[in-house]
Design a protein. Structure first.
Length: 314
């Protein structure tokens, strides 16, 4: 989990004297979005002792996210600075997360059989393996425990170039991808983290065949203008051998952070509510699009709001 600092409006970092604060982080964003979509979600992380860690914990509790499995310890929460813009190519992001409480997590800190008891789904992202040996080992143990218990596992590749510089991510991401029931990513993330490229609709079936995933989802964000994006996704269902494409949502962007996380949450929520994969894809795409209209990292769209967005895009 991170504390985000952003200038207000269209101000520039380190030029304006003001910074707005938001708590966030990929898996935290998914947990919050799931909570608002009527899915009980518990979040597992390590937060530092002290008032900043307390505030992060309170932020999660206000969103009705379960926090009983959160470990306390360490001295700092990771920071990141974001200069928002609708254009991904111009958005400025600066990380200050070295030595964070989570980066120093020990695999023995989490009793995964106890934490996962009664769970139906486990979700993680490709950011966690980038953060150090402790996070990698802890995540690997979690996924192995989830698989042994018959719990569905989803991995969102979620590539962050700044966290991988000078290292080859494939050695860490390939074993995780092979244990995922649902694999999510955009083309850039697939290329960077797994070293795989394919044209058109061939990418998702190739990933499903190579890693044995039941569902593979490829998200797509098109930059139409400084504050206008188009958001959509495709899905390959390996069990049925079918390929689906969501509707294309054109969105006026307020804050592009967290759109992919809310897509993942929408997809998971719909699958847990026994929606067929094609309907889950549409629900996820609508949830991701709605997040782009909201400031901060967290998306708080309700099921009714997402359903309405799906209908409006028909």
């Amino acid at each position: 989990m991170l504390l985000r600092l952003s200038p207000p409006g269209d101000e520039k970092l380190f030029v304006t004297p003001e910074l707005r604060t938001f708590f966030g982080g990929a898996e935290a964003n998914v947990a919050v979005a799931l909570s608002h979509l009527d899915v009980r979600a518990d979040y597992v992380t390590r937060l530092p002792d002290g008032p900043i860690g307390d505030a992060a914990l309170d932020a999660l509790r206000r969103e009705n996210v379960g926090t009983d499995a959160i470990v306390r310890g360490g001295s700092r929460l990771g920071l990141y600075f974001v200069e928002p813009t609708g254009d991904l190519r111009d958005m400025r992001v600066i990380y200050d997360r070295a030595g964070s409480a989570f980066a120093q997590i020990d695999p023995g800190d989490v009793d995964w059989p106890r934490v996962l008891a009664g769970a139906r789904w486990f979700h993680a992202t490709g950011i966690t393996p980038a953060l150090g040996d402790g996070p990698v080992a802890t995540l690997s143990r979690a996924v192995a425990c989830a698989r042994a218990a018959g719990i569905s596992v989803s991995i969102d590749l979620n590539y962050r170039e700044a966290l991988w510089r000078g290292r080859n991510p494939r050695v860490l991401l390939e074993p995780l991808a092979r244990q995922a029931d649902v694999l999510i990513g955009n083309r850039d993330a697939v290329r960077a983290l797994l070293g795989i490229e394919a044209s058109g609709d061939a990418l998702a079936p190739r990933l499903a065949e190579q890693f044995g995933c039941s569902l593979v989802v490829i998200t797509q964000r098109e930059i139409l203008g400084p504050r206008e994006h188009a958001w959509s996704a495709t899905m390959f269902d390996a069990r049925a051998g079918t390929h689906s494409r969501s509707r294309r949502h054109v969105v006026k962007v307020l804050d592009r952070v967290g759109g992919g996380d809310c897509f993942a949450a929408g997809l998971i929520a719909a699958l847990l509510h026994d929606q067929p994969p094609e309907a889950a894809l549409e629900f996820g795409a609508a949830a991701g699009a709605l997040k782009l209209r909201v400031a901060g990292d967290f998306g708080r769209a309700t099921r009714a709001e997402v359903d309405d967005a799906v209908r409006q895009c028909t």
